[in-house]
Design a protein around this ligand. Sequence first.
Ligand SMILES: Cc1cc2nc3c(=O)[nH]c(=O)nc-3n(C[C@H](O)[C@H](O)[C@H](O)COP(=O)(O)OP(=O)(O)OC[C@H]3O[C@@H](n4cnc5c(N)ncnc54)[C@H](O)[C@@H]3O)c2cc1C
Length: 382
Amino acid sequence: MRVARIIIVGAGIGGLAAALALQRRGFKVGVYERASEIREIGAGLIIAPNARRALRDLGLDAALAAISSCVPLQNTCDYATGAVKSTTSTALIVAKHGYGSLQVHRADLHRLLMQAVLANDAGSLHPGHVFAGLVQDAKGVTVTFTNGASDRGDAVIGADGNASAVRSLLFPGEATTFNGQIAFRALLPAELVPPSIRKLELGMYQAPKRYLLHYPLRGGRIMNVIGVGQAAQWEAEGWAITAENDEFANAYADFSPEIVAMIRNIPPGELFKWGLRDREPLATWTQGRVTMLGDAAHPMTPFLGQGACIAIEDGLVLARAFAASETIVEALLRYENARKQRGTNVQLWSRDEGRTLQDETRIRRTAFDRGLFDYDPATAPV
Ligand SMILES: Cc1cc2nc3c(=O)[nH]c(=O)nc-3n(C[C@H](O)[C@H](O)[C@H](O)COP(=O)(O)OP(=O)(O)OC[C@H]3O[C@@H](n4cnc5c(N)ncnc54)[C@H](O)[C@@H]3O)c2cc1C
């Protein structure tokens, strides 16, 4: 089935990983993105060994490692004093899995994926296209966009994130809901970070109804800070809603003085907040010639740090399923069979871990503890 042309809606990390994996197996792709300029936000991302195996298959792991951080220790700390309570050694993870987790600037990973996709086919990316609808028949699928454009392909992949319009069209009446948690995120130049936190590099703090995580990016030149806490309501939508330092510092005022000082040092305009959204697992991701991947298929809370990792895995396994199949329907069936249980598990386990992270009396079970790093998307059965 080497001649299939596949339309992907959404040029996020999952959509681009799928596009690249498909191109590398000889398929033609067209990727449609609503943003008028295709780029990622300034934020951190942990890319764990399971996703690094996919990036190695895509030819990008070494380039990403060269521009990212890989801290030697992951520290769990007391939120009120900052004292280290336990550590996980990266050497232990490398010994078991062959790779450590990378701390990555999202824009760096996104740029590498995008450059590779464009190098394979300069005409494959189409910014400024908001998905409007699709119609499928026995021979293909026609996709339309709100700017009046349309395209026809053999299959369509919804990779349009946790508020996926493709999902809403396939499975109407199933909306995203605010899951009662608000995240603050910021990137700080290293010189604005208190020395003790800079030295610690990666710190995770469980606190009543909140948790905070910081880790370095780009070899330590930048510190990424995320705080997630419970909140009664949230109405805005988007990744770029600015917040005031006071709002973040006041909500985390009982954290160690160094953490509060770091929050207060966030440069003006560099602090953002957003409400986390959730959806229930679906019985199926596929209808005929249309399926979904990443957050569109299994939107997950960030508490296991696996959303982008699983989206990258999806992209590679999808391409392997196409390469192994005689028909589109067979390819999408193989893909969903290979991925559904894992995507659903991680979605539900992330939710569970969220409860633990905001209750310092519960014992954490990280992605490592849960065996998520064992999976190899380049060789797993499809
Ligand atoms: C606070 C936080 C921290 C996180 N940390 C980690 C981490 O450390 N490690 C990790 O692996 N994951 C992490 N995640 C999860 C990760 O960010 C997501 O799971 C991942 O981005 C999902 O990728 P995606 O490609 O499926 O969706 P997205 O990244 O959301 O991309 C979807 C794309 O589709 C486009 N789009 C949307 N609607 C339309 C439309 N109608 N038409 C056309 N295009 C459209 C969007 O503009 C976007 O480009 C974190 C998430 C949060 C919130």
